[in-house]
Every structure is written in structure tokens, then in C-alpha cells.
Design a binder for this molecule. Structure first.
Ligand SMILES: [Zn+2]
Length: 182
């Protein structure tokens, strides 16, 4: 760069080598955004945390674009209707990967709840279709409760010996259960 007197200052090889050996001056974290600091090469805990969060957000945006609302609904409806044997199969029918479905369920509480609800219907359906999984007393289909009545999950509320047994309700956490049964 030209100096005040017009002389031109240049880096010499020796100066470049010396500069490469010294740490760069600390970046002023009160003046620059983490995005800028990260691009300038700062890898401090704060800037690294920003970078990781930023990367996650970018991946999330990409994943959401690949698994749009319409296909989410399609997966939920296929599972809830019992048209498929597993969540994996529902994903395949909706032309997404199981990883996309389970990844969304991990980060999106509403979708996880909806998928869990749908999977309960799937497990229930499979029990109806698989006599081996079905307890001895069968109720007419339209009277089969889709939910356990209050207290049925409570061991203390178990019927006395000799009482008529009833179908057990699908357990909670039925996403996994649906997989195991599938
Ligand atoms: Zn930093």
C-alpha cells in the first residue's frame, strides 16, 4: 500500500514467514457477528456453537423441503388407516425414507405425537389381524376400544381372577412397538 510519502510498502518473504508464525490478532467479539467471526477463522466455543447451530438449521431446512407437509400427512394417514405393515412401508409409499420420518419425529413434537397416535392404530390393527397376538376373548370389532379406559393400565385395577379378560390396549411408545410387530 502507498505510504504518506508515496513509497510503496510490500510484504517481504521474511515478513510473510514471520507473520505466519505469530497468532493473528484476537478478533473483537463485541463488534462482529458470530457468522463473520467464524468466516474470519475464529473457532472459539461461542463461534463454534453458532456454527453448529447454523449447520443444524440448514440441514433442517433441507430435510423439511424434502419431506413436505403433504407427504407427512400421507405417511400419517397410511399408518393410521393400517394400509401398511410398518412405518417404513408408509415412508416408502409416500416416497420418503424412514430416516426422514423418524428424523422429523425426533425434532418435531407435534409430528411425533401424531405419528405415535397413528402407530397405535397400526398396532391395534395388526392385533386384530394376527390372532396369535390377540387375547382369548374377542369383542365385536365396533366395540373394541381404541384407547384403554381410565385405570386399565394400572396394575392395581387388574380384574380379579376368573374375570372375563379383555384385549390389552396398545402400549405407549408405540412407534417402537409398531416396528417390533412389523
Ligand atoms: Zn469466536
Amino acid at each position: 500500500m502507498p505510504g504518506a510519502d508515496g513509497t510503496r510498502l510490500v510484504w517481504t518473504g521474511a515478513a510473510l514467514i514471520a507473520a505466519a508464525d505469530t497468532d493473528p490478532p484476537p478478533l473483537d467479539h463485541t463488534r462482529y457477528a458470530p457468522s463473520t467471526l467464524w468466516r474470519l477463522g475464529c473457532g472459539c466455543d461461542d463461534c463454534l456453537a453458532w456454527h453448529n447451530a447454523d449447520s443444524r438449521e440448514r440441514r433442517r431446512v433441507l430435510a423439511d423441503a424434502a419431506f413436505p407437509e403433504q407427504r407427512r400427512q400421507q405417511v400419517l394417514e397410511l399408518v393410521a388407516a393400517g394400509d401398511v405393515a410398518s412405518i417404513e412401508q408408509a415412508a416408502e409409499r409416500a416416497q420418503v425414507t424412514p430416516g426422514m420420518v423418524f428424523g422429523l419425529a425426533r425434532r418435531d413434537d407435534a409430528f411425533r405425537a401424531a405419528l405415535d397416535e397413528a402407530a397405535m392404530a397400526l398396532v391395534h390393527q395388526q392385533r386384530l389381524l394376527r390372532p396369535a397376538l390377540w387375547l382369548p376373548v374377542r369383542l365385536p370389532r365396533d366395540t373394541v376400544p381404541t384407547r384403554a379406559p381410565p385405570g386399565q393400565d394400572d396394575p392395581a385395577a387388574a380384574p380379579p381372577r376368573g374375570a372375563v379378560s379383555r384385549p390389552v390396549s396398545p402400549a405407549r411408545g408405540s412407534i417402537r412397538q409398531g416396528l417390533r410387530l412389523a
